[in-house]
Design a protein around this ligand. Structure first.
Ligand code: FES
Ligand code: FES
Length: 163
């Protein structure tokens, strides 16, 4: 079957998709968008987090057909050209990126948090990121990154969060 959807504001199509394929597979293997990572393929790690019609989902658990005519947003949509999104910049500065496998999902989960809670408490950050596993950092730097980005973004109107 053919799957057509908008990804990061651009129209994309994939042909010969079989019914069991996930949105994650189609994004990575058919649409040339490998930013969303495939770590567990079971909805456990959060590394494949994307927005589907504005809702953060694990793309490995979404059948590709469910994305038909939908609006998908992936980590590739965060930066503006060479300019990193403030969350990406904060992750780099705080050392929250080590192997980087968890990073795309964490960025989307943190983005989702900050658009509803611009000044989250530590508890809220931990809760929001509870579904995203990281094997490298021990999470301390990730918390630092989200705090730093929240601080920098706090004075912007919500429409300026980007993404
Ligand atoms: S790859 Fe989707 S949750 Fe782990
Ligand atoms: S940086 Fe390696 S899994 Fe998080």
């Amino acid at each position: 079957m053919r799957v057509s959807c908008t990804v990061n504001g651009e129209s994309h199509e994939a042909d010969d998709v079989w019914p069991g394929e996930s949105l994650l597979y189609v994004l990575r293997e058919r649409m040339g968008l490998p930013g969303s990572k495939n770590a567990c393929e079971q909805g456990e790690c959060g590394s494949c987090t994307v927005y589907l019609d504005g809702v953060a989902v694990c793309a490995c658990l979404v059948a590709a057909g469910q994305a038909q005519d939908s609006d998908v947003f992936t980590v590739e949509g965060l930066a503006e050209g060479e300019l990193l999104h403030p969350l990406q910049q904060a992750f780099v500065e705080t050392g929250a990126v080590q192997c980087g496998f968890c990073t795309p999902g964490l960025l989307l989960a943190a983005h989702d948090l900050l658009r509803s809670r611009p000044r989250p408490s530590d508890v809220e950050i931990r809760e929001a990121l509870a579904g995203n596993l990281c094997r490298c950092t021990g999470y301390g730097q990730i918390l630092d990154a989200v705090r730093l980005a929240a601080e920098r973004l706090a004075d912007r109107p919500s429409t300026q969060l980007g993404g």
